[in-house]
Design a protein around this ligand. Structure first.
Ligand code: CUA
Length: 397
């Protein structure tokens, strides 16, 4: 290479000569051990980053995620090749042409037009190629294919700190509003409209699509689809989602799930979404407690009434101490897997712990801040009342 100083034969010293003077014994074995430890730590971090479980972008379950993953893979591996090529040449030059004792000052050179043109053209081709491909991918993932199945519309609203899912027509014109757990039929495009009622959140299900912000007073649209031929497990399969924009104290605890199911199972969930059919005597007491303490914010008998939702939002935005706030719709609670925005499994023990002290489980949540029940030093319900409330809540569907 013209840029590198020419090597003088007479000043050549065998590399082994300088290596032989390296320190030996305890100090070098300590050094070796730290190098091995460093390499192992790096390998461990690299390996954990590659896990395909949970929130992983390394496994695509649908066409949108697949296009994004392909683009990412090509970009990353191209850059890995460029990195090792450039660093390799650099290291080679540093070691092979290092200063040696008695060596005269090498010839001083400046510039090499051919090399500079080549080194400008290669990155330009790489960046232009990736840029043009990215634009094509952006167009391709913009809308669901028009020749495929009719997309299912889902409106998603981000709240501090949980997700609301509204299906304006889940099937046969039936409207469903639920929280933190989204159900979708397999092999069908899901058209999402994203909103926020307070601050900026971000909607992200890594295995289905990249993240997109949920912005107050502005609708953002995206779509995804779960493909049966990309999922090698039996349905239903539950995927993890998470708010990906710092949105306040409980941001890290703002999770959700997406359950991919056969269309028939989805239809029976839709058909089963209704007010509670029968309530046990014990649960009847819980029902009364719920009516007096919880209904200012929570709905339990079908989709939220738009006027009521608006008044809850107004209450939240005016910020007075005890006012209604938007809260998860609990209509189909018994059929859900989780509690507190995907934080814990829904079962009696966890529900009891949650009702006793929600602040301990999810610091900053609006239930402990606003509900009259939690304004004292502990919840203003006795154990029997909590039992009744749990009985009622776990009956809800
Ligand atoms: Cu919502 Cu972070």
């Amino acid at each position: 290479m013209g840029l590198l100083p020419s090597r003088r034969e007479e000043s050549l010293v065998k590399p082994s000569a300088s290596i032989s003077s390296a320190p030996t014994g305890r100090r070098s074995s300590l050094k070796n051990r730290s190098v091995i430890f460093g390499l192992m730590a790096a390998l461990f971090l690299f390996a954990t980053g590659c896990s395909k479980d949970g929130m992983s972008t390394w496994e695509a379950f649908g066409p949108v995620a697949q296009l994004q993953l392909d683009l990412f893979n090509v970009t990353m591996w191209l850059m890995v090749v460029v990195f090792f090529l450039v660093e390799g040449v650099l290291l080679y030059a540093i070691i092979r042409y290092r200063k040696r004792p008695g060596q005269p000052r090498p010839p001083q050179i400046h510039g090499n037009t051919t090399l500079e043109i080549v080194l400008t053209i290669i990155p330009t081709i790489l960046v232009m190629g990736l840029g043009i491909w990215s634009v094509f991918v952006l167009f391709e993932i913009d809308k669901p294919p028009s020749d495929g199945p009719t997309p299912l519309q889902v409106n998603v609203t981000g709240h501090q700190w949980w997700f609301e899912f509204e299906y304006p027509d889940a099937g046969n014109g039936k409207k469903i509003i639920t929280a933190n757990e989204m159900r979708i039929p397999v092999d069908r495009p899901i058209q999402l409209s994203l909103f926020s009622d307070d601050v900026i959140h971000s909607f992200w299900v890594p295995k289905l699509a990249g993240k997109l912000d949920m912005v107050p007073t502005h609708e953002n649209k995206m779509w995804f689809q779960a493909d049966s031929n990309k999922i090698d497990e039996d349905l239903p399969v539950t995927l993890f989602g998470q708010c990906a924009e710092l949105c306040g104290i409980a941001h890290a605890l703002m999770r959700f799930r997406v359950t991919v199911m056969e269309q028939a199972d989805f239809d029976s969930w839709v058909a089963g979404y209704s007010p509670p059919p029968t309530i046990t005597d014990k649960a009847k007491k819980g029902q009364q407690l719920f009516a007096t303490n919880c209904t200012l914010c929570h709905t339990i008998d079908g989709p939220d009434d738009p006027a009521l939702s608006a008044s809850r939002l107004k209450g939240f935005l005016t910020g007075a101490d005890i006012t209604p706030v938007p809260a998860p719709n609990l209509t189909d609670l018994r059929t859900r897997q989780t509690l507190a925005a995907g934080l814990m499994d829904l079962n009696e023990t966890n529900l009891r712990a949650w009702l006793h002290d929600p602040e301990d489980i999810k610091p900053g949540n609006y239930m402990s801040a606003r509900a009259v029940l939690y304004q004292g030093s502990s919840v203003s319900l006795d154990e029997e009342e909590i039992d009744a409330l749990i009985g009622y809540l776990l009956d809800l569907r």
